[in-house]
Design a protein around this ligand. Structure first.
Ligand code: ADP
Ligand code: MG
Length: 393
């Protein structure tokens, strides 16, 4: 067991435990050989191999060391050292720069609620870091963005720590994978081993929702896999839309890149998606012969205006097949056809402003048909029947 004051490698003196997730311990320590007194405080992450700790854990631990060594970003802790101690158990140690400040989780635990302005600041700073990580070749996916891995530095800047879940190459089809990430912050696709750049965007969005609501995303209600948070916050509509887009369940519905998310955030132009407001697409005016476009359910049914006033009705609705109603022998067949198909034909032949507009127009003609067309129609039908009777009588 490790204890405070313990000296590792004759160099790192443990001070206090920052985190313990069962497999890894994270210690704040003093680097007694630090070349720069300012950088005396370091963070030492320790992994004891064996027991519950498996090869996958070691692989991730080594990858964290490798990635930190490669990265050189002012908002990511710098790599200091990596060592291995072999006494009874096998210990691995990763030493990195200490970022003075508080993690966002610590601030949440202290009861801090974040304002829209603060959440935006965090979003912008993290997206700036992610833009760099995602543009590296091979791409670096963090895969565990959450409040405990974001530090509000004493210098008022936001830092990203804990690269213990990082992925630095594209997941291959059929190759086994290690499931990483934290429930509530990691998107669904990540649990299927298919993390993409947009998976980090989801985790950032879910973290921001936690900061704004004070409730962990896993404890917030969900509808259609979407986190329901709007009732608990008081945010500008465009920021709400932006957060909703960040946390879309399907990765292809989110922003494609961190850069895109950043531009949208700064412009404040994220608008509600069509799919969230189910609306029938206005495909009127597509042409009467068009067989592919669907007719909205709301307008199906018998068209009384067309049936009772076929001579006038067809002009305003631009249903020119209705001209057949003037042809003596087929006129009455056309009239019945207009009653049956009038709505569909009128929808397809003219461009309507909306379904509402269409319905109002047809209602007007139905009323006119009943008041004017019906009496005339009855007379005409009777006359036609009389003529038929005379012809066959
Ligand atoms: N470089 C760092 N500077 C300051 N604090 C850190 C640093 N790295 C980690 N921490 C703190 O220690 C905690 C645990 O470390 P972390 O790397 O996240 O370990 P774990 O992999 O167990 O989650 C973090 O939540 C953070 O508060
Ligand atoms: Mg962590």
């Amino acid at each position: 067991m490790l204890q405070a004051e313990q000296l590792l490698q004759n160099r790192y003196q443990l001070q206090c435990l920052l985190g313990n997730n069962g497999i890894r311990q994270t210690w704040l320590a003093l680097d007694l050989q630090a070349p720069d007194v300012q950088k005396k405080q370091v963070v030492v992450k320790i992994l004891a191999f064996g027991g519950a700790v498996q090869w996958d854990d070691l692989k991730l631990f080594e990858r964290e060391a490798q990635i930190l060594q490669q990265l050189n970003h002012p908002r990511i802790p710098k790599y200091v050292d990596y060592f291995c101690i072999d006494d009874q158990t096998l210990w691995f140690g990763l030493v990195q720069e200490y970022i003075p400040g508080e993690s966002l989780k610590e601030l949440l635990v202290l009861g801090k609620r974040f304002t829209q302005k603060q959440a935006r600041k965090i979003a912008v700073e993290v997206l700036n870091i992610l833009t760099v990580l995602h543009e590296l070749n091979p791409v670096v996916l963090h895969r565990d963005i959450k409040p405990s891995n974001l530090i509000w530095g004493e210098d008022d800047r936001i830092y990203l720590v804990d690269f213990g879940a990082v992925q630095d190459r594209a997941a291959k089809e059929g190759v086994s994978f290690t499931v990483v990430g934290t429930y509530g912050y990691a998107p669904m696709e990540q649990f299927g081993g298919r993390a993409v750049a947009a998976s980090d965007l989801y985790a950032l969005g879910a973290s921001l929702i936690h900061l704004l609501t004070g409730t962990s995303p896993s404890d917030l209600p969900q509808r259609d896999l979407r986190i329901q948070f709007t009732e608990r916050v008081n945010l500008s509509p465009s920021f709400v839309c932006w957060l909703q887009k960040m946390t879309e369940p399907a990765p292809e519905q989110r922003f494609a890149t961190a850069q895109e998310a950043l531009i949208a955030l700064k412009s404040g132009l994220t608008t509600k998606k069509q799919s969230q407001v189910p609306e029938v697409i206005n495909n009127s005016g597509c042409g009467i012969n068009n067989m592919t476009e669907q007719i909205p359910d709301e307008i199906q049914g018998w068209n009384w205006g067309a049936f009772l006033l076929p001579w006038l009705w067809l002009w305003t609705n631009q249903v020119w097949v209705g001209l057949f109603c003037f042809v003596p022998q087929v006129g009455w067949i056309t009239t019945i056809a207009l009653g049956a198909k009038g709505n569909e034909w009128a929808w397809k032949s003219r461009r309507w402003r909306s379904i509402q507009h269409f319905k109002e127009h047809q209602r007007g003609w139905a009323i006119a048909g009943l008041l004017v067309g019906a009496p005339i129609s009855i007379i005409l039908w009777l006359a036609a029947l009389g003529l038929l009777g005379q012809a066959f009588g």
